[in-house]
Design a protein around this ligand. Structure first.
Ligand code: SAH
Length: 345
């Protein structure tokens, strides 16, 4: 029988499994607190007796991801990590410093199956899903390494969070728990390329996190060129899912829009996008596309980005341009991992 990862368990599941072993329920909370504090060895749980620890060790283990490489930007202090998983896979995460504290951008899968044409994470396809504990341990390890609390989380590293639905939901429950890292739902953003049924499922859970949708195009024709998922779900179906989400959660949705020179950055594109989003409780985040080695997309010119933003604003759509962070350390998702894998070979 393979062992169960304690760090992947919600408080309720921990309590249930511990009670099943004949232990008292409050032991479950103690164990949950230890693993979320970063304890990696069951023997270090000092308020648990030796015989109980021996029993625990037979059934459980604790995820323990390691920092394989760490790069710190000289420009803005952004820190990029390559993490080594127990099965020797590599994932990456980033910590950025904003006025309101540290924001961690973490991965939900090793690689990605979505195939977006501008994205580095998807180049080698999907290797496997991360367990909730592996998603969480990125935060635990970053906090320990930096000696500072992470206050915000964005699920914008490698992987499609809604393609690893159950583990991501468990992660959200664990990270938000007051006996764990206790990071507020409002400080967590889940970014998705738009898996319509899962957006609706997430809406039904009514967890007040922020939802970000990778839209990147004002119409289906352009979106299909950039994102294979657009073959499966139309923008109109996705918009319906967003309306359903808003009905259930009433929290402003963010639309991410990576501007690619000559592909989706014309004035007409901006007008079409304004029409699409009109009346929706939302915000557009314009991202100058990061050029990656494997693709020949170019960033839109600064003036074009400004013009694009001005059109959206003139139509009453709130828009920001994403600041580039860590440009000297290859901070865009997937790039560092790809370079690492190439060099290893
Ligand atoms: N799979 C999820 C989350 C991971 S990607 C999603 O698609 O939303 C996080 C964000 O980075 C997404 O908006 C994605 O489209 C964007 N992104 C990926 N590659 C990029 C690149 N080269 N330049 C700019 N943004 C990129």
């Amino acid at each position: 029988m393979s062992k169960i990862d304690l760090l992947s368990l919600t408080l309720e599941d921990t309590q249930m499994l511990i009670e099943e072993m004949g232990e008292k329920k409050f032991r479950g909370k103690q164990i949950f607190q230890w693993v979320n504090k970063g304890v990696k060895d069951i023997d270090d749980m000092s308020n648990i007796g030796k015989s109980s620890r021996e029993k625990l060790k037979e059934k459980f283990y604790i995820t323990d991801i390691k920092i394989e490489e760490k790069l710190t930007s000289k420009i803005d202090g952004t820190v990029k990590y390559l993490f080594l998983l127990e099965d020797h896979n590599i994932i990456e995460g980033v910590v950025m410093e904003y006025n309101h504290g540290l924001t961690a951008c973490i991965s939900t899968q090793v690689g990605c199956a979505m195939g977006c044409s501008f994205c580095a994470s998807t180049v080698g396809g999907l290797i496997r899903n991360l367990r909730a504990g592996e998603i969480l341990d990125q935060i635990v390890v970053m906090q320990e390494d930096l000696g500072k609390r992470i206050s915000n989380i964005v699920l914008m590293g490698s992987g499609e969070p809604l393609h690893n639905y159950q583990e991501v939901i468990d992660f959200l429950k664990i990270v938000n728990n007051e006996h764990g890292l206790n990071i507020g739902n409002r400080h967590i953003t889940l970014s998705t390329c738009g898996l319509v049924p899962e957006i609706k499922k997430l809406a039904d859970l009514q967890i007040p996190i922020n939802l970000a949708i990778s839209l990147h195009a004002p119409n289906d024709a352009i979106r299909r060129e950039m994102m294979p998922i657009a073959q499966k779900y139309s923008i109109s179906e996705m918009k319906d899912a967003c309306l359903y989400y808003l009905e259930k959660n009433n929290r402003r949705i963010t639309f991410e829009y990576a501007l690619v020179d000559g592909v989706n950055d014309s004035k007409d594109n901006a007008y079409e996008l304004s029409g699409l989003l009109k009346g929706l409780l939302c915000h557009v985040n314009l991202i100058p596309v990061n050029t990656i080695e494997e693709r020949d997309y170019k960033q839109s010119k600064k003036e074009e980005i400004k013009k694009f933003q001005a059109i959206l604003k003139s139509r009453g759509i709130e828009t920001t341009i994403r600041r580039e962070m860590g440009s000297d350390i290859n901070a865009a998702c997937g790039q560092l991992r790809n370079t690492y894998i190439k060099n290893k070979k």
